[in-house]
Design a protein around this ligand. Structure first.
Ligand code: AMP
Length: 500
């Protein structure tokens, strides 16, 4: 068996099996108990999904698993079936049932959903489970725990709360599943998870599922998984080529002006706007409402109710812009969405593909517009490396900032190095600006548009740059003066922004 580092997991030193993974096309080949196979039959499942094919065999062998997959891939069965089989095969006989499998998941909806699935998959087994989550009285949950369960499905807060009150013990857990780990961290559960890990026995089988693999999840995975097998299911790949993509270079401060400008310019009826942080999303919604653009934010700090309401209002056309963070945007499935705006570029290039894949669905055209300020140049270059082509630059807008254009060879690694040097220079009382940057700047903080624009013009160098943009931006010294070109969704005139 070959072991190697998980992509990007070098920091935490996780080693995983990179052997070619199994490809079972039948549940019968997976060595599942007949009682489970019967239940799957009843559920109408004919064959395992890819994540089930890959995760079930190592889990049945007792291995730790690091699963990268989203809801909708069949991941619940991927961990529930081995959990049920493990409990059924290691029945402890008479006496009160003890919690031997713990599944922790971020939201009560997910917890309830897993509970329902467990009920179906385990209908022919002598295995008991219960679900506990916050926001409701604890009485019935405590009663169920008192009667004894084999499998506990829980959200972190209520779990720790009931453990703290002595209503449950985690000392017999030998199968631990951490579901939707990235969402959990996004919702601020990291300290709860750390506390929880301390309460669990060291000797146990572990499974972590996450839709994305940022460094924080790598660290978390490294803290409790032991030689995990990594299984990964790429989410349905949107065909990025079908989506018209543009990047607009601007300054950080001008992004909030550029957004209403493009909403009007492209006559956007509905768009999802991505920000990197929850606070950024809230701030932006306030800015937009000052300018008369109806918008709502959805992110991990918003209650389930408020997210559902925002989404409904968006679908009904009452809200024009839905401002979302990456994780909150998962599960947003709107077929008629023409525009995605990356207000902030994601620092993980895969997120770019997921974000823009929200548009261009069901055979429709889609436009993805990304704002890029100086600090994000490295992200842009990494995204372009991933998608395999350079994104068309649109400098035909009043807030163009050529100094935000990164070099061809920029990357996150180089950015990190630059940031380190900058910090050092600042500590030494220097401005931290490189000679290059000093030369490019034209004295007012904006660099010479002229040279930059020419250098960066791509894909046949669409020479755009309208009178309008020259008129409306006293800061911009772009001298590109060709006509507006062939832009199907872009308006010719520029009426004042109105609330719709
Ligand atoms: P999940 O990603 O676990 O939320 O599952 C998404 C949906 O797929 C649920 O409705 C499951 O019931 C269904 N599902 C899971 N595994 C299978 C399978 N092997 N065949 C058919 N449907 C499945």
């Amino acid at each position: 068996m070959i072991f190697g580092p998980v992509n990007g997991c070098g920091r935490t030193g996780i080693f995983v099996n990179v052997e070619k993974l199994s490809n079972f096309s039948d549940f019968e080949e997976l060595d599942l108990l007949d009682d489970i196979l019967d239940a799957l039959d009843d559920a109408g499942y004919e064959e395992p999904t890819p994540i089930q094919q890959q995760a079930i065999p190592p889990l049945l062998e007792g291995r730790d698993v690091l699963g990268i997959a989203q809801t909708g891939t069949g991941k619940t069965a991927a961990f529930s079936l081995p959990v049920l089989q493990h409990i059924a095969e290691t029945e402890t006989g008479k006496g009160k049932r003890r919690i031997r499998a713990l599944i922790v998941t971020p939201t009560r909806e997910l917890a309830a959903q897993i509970g329902e699935s467990m009920k179906g998959y385990g209908k022919y087994l002598n295995v008991k489970h219960t679900v506990i989550f916050g926001g409701v009285k604890q009485g019935r949950q405590v009663d169920a725990l008192r009667r004894g369960v084999d499998i506990l499905i829980a959200t972190p807060g209520r779990l720790l709360d009931l453990e703290n009150q002595g209503h449950l013990s985690l000392s017999d857990v030998d199968f631990f599943v951490l579901d939707e780990a990235d969402r959990m961290l996004d919702m601020g559960f990291i300290n709860d998870i750390k506390k929880l890990l301390k309460l669990l026995p060291k000797q146990k089988q572990n499974l972590l599922f996450s839709a994305t693999m940022p460094e924080s999840i790598e660290d978390l995975a490294g803290s409790f998984l032991s030689k995990p097998v990594k299984v990964e299911i790429a989410p349905e790949e949107p065909t990025v080529e079908a989506i018209e993509q543009k990047v607009m270079f601007t300054s950080k401060a001008d992004k909030k002006r550029l957004l209403p400008w493009i909403v009007d310019e492209y006559d956007m009826e509905r768009a999802i706007v991505f920000t990197r942080t929850k606070h950024g999303a809230n701030r932006l919604v306030k800015e937009l409402s000052k300018k008369g653009v109806n918008a709502a934010a959805i992110h991990g700090n918003k209650s389930q109710n408020s997210r559902t309401r925002a989404l409904q209002n968006f679908k009904d056309g009452e809200i024009r812009l839905l401002v979302a963070t990456d994780i909150a945007s998962r599960g947003i499935d709107i077929d008629e969405l023409d525009f995605v705006v990356n207000y902030d570029l994601p620092n993980e290039e895969e997120s770019y593909v997921h974000r823009i894949g929200r548009t261009g669905r069901a055979g429709r055209d889609g436009i993805a517009i990304s704002f890029c300020e100086k600090e994000e140049g490295a992200y842009l270059r990494d995204i372009e490396r991933l998608i395999g082509f350079e994104i068309e630059v649109d400098e035909d807008h009043p807030y163009h900032d050529a100094s935000a254009i990164p070099s061809e060879h920029d990357s996150k690694a180089k950015k990190k190095k630059r940031d380190r040097q900058k910090r050092k220079a600042e500590a030494n009382g220097d401005s931290g600006q490189s000679n290059n940057q000093r030369q490019n700047n034209n004295g007012n903080g904006k660099s010479d548009n002229n040279g930059g624009s020419k250098r960066r013009r791509r894909r046949g160098g669409r020479g755009r740059g309208s009178n309008k943009s020259n008129k409306s931006n006293s800061n911009s010294n772009s001298n590109s003066n060709s006509s507006s070109g062939n832009k199907p969704k872009r308006k010719r005139s520029n009426p004042p922004l109105t609330k719709r």
